[in-house]
Design a protein around this ligand. Structure first.
Ligand SMILES: N[C@@H](CCC(=O)N[C@@H](CS)C(=O)NCC(=O)O)C(=O)O
Length: 146
């Protein structure tokens, strides 16, 4: 019998969306549990690292979004069939991770004017560098087919 999966995160895409994609791609049922800000205050002290996402597998808790995605990819058959394939997949994962620091920068900014400037700079320039890198990887791997 397959394990029971519960993915716990806020009601937005953020650090849980990759795991949600993996579940959907695999056709694997899971509980997509969306925590409210109020609920989070109660839940936070009971979590392994005081942060979400958390994946519960048969009740066991796994924190850290990258660890969750890699675990699910391996468990659900998306982590390659050789060490070389796995390394190539990890190259894509690391390239996707490169998006995060700039997004976090404007997300965390408290000054609304500065936040808008950082967001605009990211959406008009920064993001294209990372998308360009993903496109290079796609071309180098025959459009993702191998
Ligand atoms: N390195 C962690 C970072 C997790 C993280 O920063 N989670 C945020 C939401 S995106 C969080 O739990 N914020 C609420 C809090 O820290 O109380 C991961 O990738 O899972």
């Amino acid at each position: 019998m397959p394990p029971s999966y519960k993915l716990i995160y806020f009601n937005w895409k953020g650090r849980a969306e990759g795991a949600r994609y993996i579940f959907h791609l695999a056709g694997q049922e899971f509980e997509d549990y969306r925590v409210t800000k109020e609920e989070w205050k109660q839940l936070k002290p009971k979590t392994p690292l005081g942060q979400i996402p958390i994946l519960e597998v048969d009740g066991k808790q796994l924190p850290q979004s990258h660890a969750i995605r890699r675990y699910l990819a391996e468990e659900l058959g998306f982590l390659g069939s050789s060490l070389w394939e796995r390394a190539q997949i990890n190259v894509v994962c690391e390239t996707v991770k490169d998006f995060a620091p700039e997004i976090s920068q404007f997300f965390a900014e408290k000054d609304e004017t500065r936040k808008a400037e950082l967001k605009k700079a990211y959406l008009t320039v920064g993001v294209y560098k990372h998308i360009g890198n993903l496109e290079k990887l796609l071309k180098q791997n025959n459009g993702g087919t191998g």
